[in-house]
Design a protein around this ligand. Structure first.
Ligand SMILES: [Zn+2]
Length: 262
């Protein structure tokens, strides 16, 4: 895409933080590979539980939970230049161009608070995004340590999506599940006490459409990763009959294991 995002990649952390990043990239990481940030991608369809798993896993591993969707919603809520551009696209019903999503991801990965690494939630969604991500990471001398793909049946995804509720406070944006992760008080966010609502794209009539888009995008993404990242790609098959702890244990296991299929 030719869209050039008007968001400076160098805007986060200032000059010294950037200088520190590049010193590490060229001096520290080649000498001490163990000091490189750990980057783990969590993939799966809408409703697969990526956000929930990443939110629990990241602190357990001492990594950051980097959700491109949450970062973008934050920019919109704060009405930054970038947020306004994205909002204009969303209001027209257009998708956010890959380059814009990548830009915001890069900025997050360069931020000093994420220096130890991150669980990537929501990126890449497509083969094109995966190629872009690989190029950026390669230019930093990094690569994905593990790609964990949560594969749920369509029936399970539908059940999870239709029972999802989201915080109305955009800068919070926490999501709940009426069956698996209900709020302590019905209809109220645990984190910020704002009311919860059902996102338009979680309404039953749009779920089928989202699942179709997911299957169209994920098939080429899957073959790309099978072809290039077979050694670090792991497929898991959680079901709605499993508890959050069981799913988390599966994912944790997959990350610490070698790349063979589980
Ligand atoms: Zn909230």
């Amino acid at each position: 895409m030719k869209t050039s995002p008007h968001l400076s990649e160098l805007s986060s952390g200032g000059f010294f933080a950037q200088a520190k990043f590049w010193m590490k990239r060229y001096l520290l990481w080649p000498l001490f590979p163990a000091s490189r940030p750990r980057l783990i991608a969590l993939l799966g369809g809408p409703g697969a539980g990526k956000g929930t798993v990443a939110g629990q896993l990241a602190p357990a591993l001492g990594l950051s939970h980097v959700s491109t969707g949450a970062l973008i919603r934050k920019e919109i809520a704060a009405q930054t230049d970038f947020g306004k551009q994205v909002q204009a696209l969303v209001e027209k019903g257009l998708l956010i161009p890959d380059q814009m999503a990548l830009t915001i991801l890069k900025r997050a990965l360069l931020a000093p608070e994420n220096a130890r690494g991150a669980i990537l939630d929501g990126f890449p969604r497509s083969r094109a995004q995966a190629v872009l991500l690989d190029e950026v990471l390669a230019s930093w001398g990094l690569s994905l340590e593990k790609i964990v793909w949560l594969e749920l049946s369509e029936a399970d995804l539908v059940e999870r999506l239709s029972l999802r509720r989201t915080c109305t406070n955009q800068s919070c944006g926490r999501s709940y599940h009426l069956k698996f992760e209900p709020p302590k008080n019905a209809g109220i966010c645990d984190a910020c006490s704002s009311p919860l609502f059902q996102r338009k794209d979680d309404a039953t009539e749009t779920i089928r459409e989202r699942l179709r888009t997911y299957s169209e995008e994920s098939t080429p993404l899957r073959s790309y990763y099978q072809g290039t990242k077979g050694g670090v790609l792991v497929f898991l098959n959680p079901t709605n009959a499993m508890t959050r702890e069981q799913v988390l244990a599966q994912v944790t296991n997959a990350i610490s294991s070698k790349g063979e299929r589980v």
